[in-house]
Structure formats: C-alpha cells, structure tokens
Write a protein that binds this ligand. Structure first.
Ligand SMILES: Cc1ncc(COP(=O)(O)O)c(C=O)c1O
Length: 391
C-alpha cells in the first residue's frame, strides 16, 4: 500500500523531462556530450579535475578500488554503519573490510579508531560521509597521507556538502557520488567518480568501458562500423557506462543543486525544531565546521529503547501511512558478512547501539511544514504508547 507521506520522492521538473526527451531524439543514446557535460559539472562541484560517470555508485566504488590495485590479501578500513555497497565493493576486488566503530554524534568513523586499525595489510581507508555529513574527512586524509595509503571517499550520500570549506569528493584520492532516486540529485541510476589523479581517471574510464585502451576515443565511429581501439580490450573491464538519457537528467538536476540543498536544509531544520526537545529522541547534530547536504533525516530513540521497540514504532508510522525505515542495519551483522568473516554482535558497540534505534523519517525537497507536523505527532504518539506498554 503506498504511503501517504512517502519516505522519499524524486523532484523532476518539466525542463528535466524535456532534456531527456531531447536526448532520446538526438540519436546519441550512449557515450556522448551529455555524459561529458555531467562529468564536468560534478567534478567542478567537487573541485576535482576529472569526473568519470558510471551507472551506479556501487560500480564507481568498485572501479576506484580496482584502479588502485587493491586485491586479495589487502585490508581496507571502513565503517560498519552504512549502506551495504560501501563494503561490498571491497569484497568485489577480493580484499577484506576492516571495520572500525563510529562516533555517536557524526555517525562517521572515529578517527582515533581509524588510526589504531592501520596495520601492515591496510591498503586504503574507505570513508563514508554518512547521511551527507563530511565530518572528519580531513583527519582521515591526514592519517592516510601519514601511512602512504589512499583515502577513498564514499560520498554517495553527500553531493554538495562541505567540511571546513572543502567540498565532499575533494578529500580523498578519489570520491564517488551516487544518483539513485532518493539522493540529492538523481539520474534514475548512476554514479560519478571524481579525482585529481589523471591515471586513476583514465583507468576508471577504461574499466567502465570493457577494458578498452587507456586514452582511447570513447565511442565507435558513428554511422559506420566500429573501428580501431573500439574492439581492442587491454584488460578485463565491465560495462558500467551511464546512458546519455540519464546523464541529461543529471545535467539538468545539477543546475538546481543549490536550490535543492537549500530546500532539504530547511526541511531538516524544521524537523530539528519540531522534535529537538523530545526527551526520548536524539536528533542529528551537525559539527559547526560541516555544511551537511541532507540525504535523509534520521532520528533515534533514546539508549534505553530496544530494536524491537524501535521496529514497533516504524510499523506504527507505516500504519499511519507515513514512510519510515531503519537506516542502517550494521553491515558486519548481515548474514554473509557474519559467515564469511566470523563477525558478531558486540564487536562495534556504538554502531550497533545507534543502528538498533534509528528511524529514518519522510524526507524530500517538497515536504511541507504540515506534513512534518503530521509525522512528528504520529511519532510522539507511538513513543508514548511504547512507554505505556513498558510499565
Ligand atoms: C554510502 C553509500 N555507498 C554506496 C551506495 C551505492 O550507490 P548505488 O545505489 O548508486 O549503487 C549508496 C547508495 O545508496 C550509499 O548510500
């Protein structure tokens, strides 16, 4: 049954529809000017020299780790509190994730624990800007530099965020953005690698395009038969290309990015004002040096609440036709991570405690004050009911 107030909702204008239709009619549906424009727009926003568009954030992360020659026997330090793809990409290349616990305020990895986790097998730090918060990215960068290993920024949730004035995507050897429909901007499916490293960008371009030669022209001869380097494959590559229609949507959405970020900021502020004083709720806190680019709005119940109680509150919200979710269950407790790496409860207590109590509330560009009030009232009522059933 569709929720009356959905958890998330893409915001697509008529102009954006027209851009996609115009691209469809142009006859150039793959490897063309829209991908190039989109790459330039996103790379410029992240203050990086190169952008490499791909068909998802997950494929972008995979290509970056492969281009950095990370493989079997290597360890990559990362967070257990994230969407599964930020760790799966480490498994794709045959390496092992080394999880470190998070800081309960920013929900990003605790820099001291990152430092302590570095060992002889550590080949990279893969840091996630959780829910659009770039906090500590500079510290991860310094730790990585000290140990002469790359920092990879999984900024899939953080397009447009800044920390100490530097944009998300600019802290690591490479950053990867994602454009799934719940993100700040969407291309339907899509992702973007950003980097200042020419060779890394070229390797990612080759790998996304079936391993075609580095620096080769990116498309077959239009209107004629494929020639030259188009049918030469120098390495095992993938088809991770972003279609022109998706890139056209991305180009049009990028032009509204500032407006979108501001709308989301206002929605988040409204929620914080409305729910901030509730004694049984923890609302997001933002480091004064972070400018969040809000991806989702996630509150959590106070530490005394159990995961079962939280799940009942989420079910209750859904019964009120309000979208809600438990972002994120810990990655190390997902069945195949437990089995493959012998991971279990209690290993990352802060991430586990947070993840047992989180509730993602409806969040999108056009959420109104009245809708926020409706969500807040339902949430307050459901918490009250939980409290009554405790006594
Ligand atoms: C932190 C993080 N990493 C990676 C991804 C993967 O992106 P995609 O869904 O575009 O493959 C996401 C997407 O939600 C994400 O939130």
């Amino acid at each position: 049954m569709p929720s009356e107030i959905p958890l998330s909702k893409p915001d697509i204008t008529d102009l954006e529809v027209q851009m996609v239709v115009r691209t469809l009619r142009s006859g150039r549906l793959s490897i063309g000017p829209m991908v190039e424009q989109f790459e330039t727009l996103v790379a410029t926003r992240a203050q990086c020299r190169y952008g490499v568009a791909v068909n998802s954030g997950t494929s972008g992360l995979h290509l970056v780790l492969q281009s950095l020659n990370i493989g079997p026997g290597d360890e990559v330090i990362t967070t257990p509190f994230s969407f599964i793809a930020s760790s799966n990409c480490i498994l794709f290349v045959g390496a092992t994730p080394k999880f470190v616990d998070i800081c309960p305020r920013s929900l990003n990895m605790d820099p001291a624990r990152v430092q302590a986790a570095i060992g002889p097998k550590t080949k990279a730090i893969l840091a996630v800007e959780t829910f659009g918060n770039p906090c500590y990215m500079d510290q991860y960068g310094s730790i990585a530099a000290r140990h002469e290993i790359p920092l990879v920024e999984d900024c899939c949730e953080a397009l447009g965020a800044t920390f100490k004035g530097r944009p998300a995507g600019h802290f690591g050897r490479a950053g990867v953005f994602g454009f799934y429909p719940n993100k700040q901007i969407t291309t339907g499916e899509g992702g973007m690698i950003v980097t200042d490293d020419h060779r890394l960008a070229e390797m990612c371009r080759s790998l996304r395009n079936q391993g075609r030669p580095l620096g080769a022209p990116t498309g077959p001869t239009m209107g004629g038969s494929p020639t030259g380097s188009w049918l030469k494959h120098e390495r095992l590559g993938y088809n991770y290309r972003l279609p022109e229609m998706n890139a056209a949507l991305g180009v049009a959405q990028m032009k509204r990015l500032d407006e979108i970020i501001e709308k989301r900021h206002n929605v988040a502020l409204h929620y914080i004002r409305r729910l901030g004083g509730h004694p049984q709720l923890v609302v997001p806190t933002v480091d004064p040096e972070s400018i969040m680019s809000w991806f989702v709005f996630v509150v959590r119940l106070a530490p005394s609440y159990t995961a079962e109680e939280r799940d009942r509150v989420i079910s209750g919200l859904r019964r009120h036709e309000i979208g809600a979710s438990d972002y994120f269950p810990c990655i190390h407790l997902q069945p195949f991570y437990r089995e493959q790496f012998g991971l279990r409860e209690g290993m990352f207590p802060i991430a586990e405690s947070v993840s047992h109590r989180t509730i993602a509330l409806p969040f999108h560009n056009d959420l109104t004050a009245a809708e926020i009030d409706q969500v807040a009232q339902a949430l307050e009522l459901l918490i009250k009911q939980e409290n009554i059933s405790r006594v």
